[in-house]
Design a protein around this ligand. Structure first.
Ligand code: SF4
Length: 92
């Protein structure tokens, strides 16, 4: 094996190892969680663009995801009945 092929072979091995480690890291992040826990994970207020004030007459109190006094099935943490976010889903 020439020096070039040895270096190329070593480089490919390191690259392959890096890809394997990167792929495993994502899987390891979910280890320990049941599928229900993964499905039940709530979005952060920031990710949902939550605001503590109504938007165009829409409020948490009028949303199907809201449970009084301050729980949301989709967004993490307490929410205000007068709040709003982009996941708003009007009650029927
Ligand atoms: S508007 Fe957003 S934060 Fe408020 S109850 Fe609905 S989903 Fe939750």
């Amino acid at each position: 094996m020439t020096k070039i092929t040895r270096e190329l072979s070593a480089s490919m091995t390191r690259r392959g190892l890096f890809k394997a480690v990167a792929g495993t890291a994502g899987a390891v992040a979910l280890v320990g969680l049941t599928s229900n826990e993964v499905l039940a994970a709530k979005m952060t207020k920031q990710a949902a663009n939550y605001q503590a004030t109504p938007k165009g007459g829409q409020t948490c109190a009028k949303c199907q995801n809201f449970t009084a006094p301050s729980n949301c099935s989709q967004v993490d943490g307490p929410v205000s009945p007068n709040g709003w976010c982009t996941l708003f889903n009007a009650k029927a």
